[in-house]
Design a binder for this molecule. Structure first.
Ligand code: ZN
Ligand code: ZN
Length: 263
């Protein structure tokens, strides 16, 4: 009888010999706000799914918007899950990149930047999907009427500089994806691009050359609750805070970030 019981997957966090801990992270998750995000991606569903899948930290990264972050942070705080606010920015080169920020005040400043540079192309909800953000009770709080998929009127360099000026972290998203990945959009990663980390879909031998230059991580890019933690990043850090995350993504002071399963 017992062998038929379905137990949740064990959480694999562990302490390392140097006193640091590994944490499981999924740093690229969309919500109901993204036109392509499932209506099921509400704050509560996202946080519940992340906890069920033994994640220690998630990041909310809707296309060109941060409006849903604060409610997911609120639910995460209630339930003991660290939620980082951010966005998946689409640059003028049509390159997608993940920007993450330490707190909601900095996130608001970044939202002003997004508002300034997002083109005034109207969304067609019936065609592209609704762009609303909701509270913990799944009541609609607001709607973005401009199409969030559009490319910002800002270059990749300008976006990275803006994120840095707010003390945030930035990494190119799904670099090996045929659409909106930097390798396909530009054909290469400029050597002078001020980044330390890149996100990949497939962590295979094709990444070995880039591995010499960058930390390689992988995240789910979830658009439905089921997709959360489909790909995850291990963070070797002393504690769960933004400065530790910054060091882990930079691979400094003994901190590390790496694709889970490739320790
Ligand atoms: Zn993307
Ligand atoms: Zn995405």
């Amino acid at each position: 009888m017992l062998k038929h019981l379905k137990l949740p997957a064990p959480c694999l966090n562990f302490y390392t010999l140097d006193g640091m801990r590994t944490y499981r992270a999924d740093l690229h998750i969309h919500t109901v706000l993204s036109p392509c995000g499932s209506l099921e991606m509400s704050p509560r569903r996202i946080v519940d799914a992340a906890i069920e899948k033994c994640l220690d930290v998630i990041a909310i990264t809707d296309h060109n918007s941060t409006h849903q972050c604060s409610e997911v942070v609120r639910v995460g705080t209630e339930k003991g899950l660290w939620v980082i606010g951010g966005a998946e920015v689409n640059t003028r080169e049509e390159v997608h990149g993940i920007a993450l920020f330490e707190n909601l005040e900095l996130l608001q400043q970044f939202q002003l930047y997004l508002d300034k540079w997002l083109p005034n192309i109207p969304n067609k909800p019936e065609r592209f999907g609704y762009q609303v953000w909701v509270n913990a009770a799944e009541e609609i709080l607001g709607e973005e009427h401009r199409l969030l998929w559009s490319a910002l009127n800002q270059s990749l360099d300008e976006v990275i500089a803006m994120v840095a000026s707010l003390g945030g972290v930035f990494f190119p998203a799904h670099i090996d994806r045929p659409v909106n990945g930097i390798l396909r959009q530009l054909g290469f990663i400029p050597t002078d691009l001020p980044i330390q980390t890149v996100e990949v879909l497939r962590n295979d031998a094709t990444m070995d050359e880039l591995r010499l230059r960058y930390r390689i991580i992988s995240n789910s890019d979830a658009h439905t609750p089921e997709q959360i933690a489909a790909r995850t990043t291990c963070l070797k850090m002393e504690a769960l805070n933004f400065n530790e995350l910054r060091m882990a993504l930079g691979g400094v002071n003994g901190r590390l970030a790496f694709v889970e399963g490739r320790c």
